[in-house]
Design a protein around this ligand. Structure first.
Ligand SMILES: [Zn+2]
Length: 211
């Protein structure tokens, strides 16, 4: 049975927090619980989801602020890119200090390598390191369901900012062209902000990544 992808928009900068789940078994994962833990927890309760893991696309505050509360409530493992470890643990680098709130430090339970394949919800998930927005941005590709969580690497007809520490437009464009545009054209792309798109659409219309 195909997995269902739903989302809630959370926090100061309208971040997409995704829920990917199997409608029959109710097993699911959360991608980027960026804020509003109460809202996310009540969604999961209403849907009776059995959350198995939290995936983080990168360490910026707007993708991680609800992680401590989610972990406390559900006791689930947090997955993130190994290269992103410093950003996750450094309140300056993850931009949480600049908010005027107390800074946040996140430690993942499992650090992932580029190209690693993990198993979640009965599917293989390929972890694709896509530096550019941050040094250790990770996209998660579910080939069987044809789904990519692209974080702040690839947006609908746009790309993530590269003016934060560790950002590089050259790296970002290379990540997109060499590691994302090679995926199946019909792959649905679920970005960290804004609307859902597809690999095919972005290859045609993304002004930052089209040669
Ligand atoms: Zn970001």
């Amino acid at each position: 049975m195909a997995l269902v992808c739903d989302f809630r928009v959370v926090g100061l900068v309208q971040t997409n927090c995704y829920f990917l789940y199997n409608e029959e078994t109710k097993e699911g994962i959360i991608v980027d619980p960026g804020d509003n833990a109460d809202l996310l927890l009540s969604y999961m309760e209403k849907k009776e989801l059995q959350i198995k893991a939290v995936l983080l696309t990168h360490g910026h505050f707007d993708h991680i602020m609800a992680v401590p509360e989610i972990k406390k409530a559900l006791n689930v493992p947090v997955y993130a890119s190994r290269v992103e470890k410093e950003v996750l643990e450094d309140p300056m680098a993850n931009l949480s200090l600049q908010l005027g709130r107390s800074g946040i430090r996140i430690e993942a339970d499992r650090y992932l390598e580029d190209g690693e394949t993990i198993s979640l919800l009965g599917e293989e998930v390929r972890c694709i390191l896509t530096p550019g927005h941050t040094v250790g941005g990770m996209c998660y590709y579910f080939p069987k369901s044809g789904i990519l969580f692209s974080g702040d690497t690839l947006f609908q007809e746009s790309v993530g900012r590269t003016d934060f520490p560790g950002g590089s437009m050259k790296d970002l464009v290379r990540s997109i062209r060499e590691k994302l545009f090679v995926l199946a054209p019909a792959t649905k792309v679920y970005p960290g902000h804004g609307l859902t798109t597809s690999i095919e659409t972005e290859k045609m219309f993304n002004p930052f990544a089209v040669e």
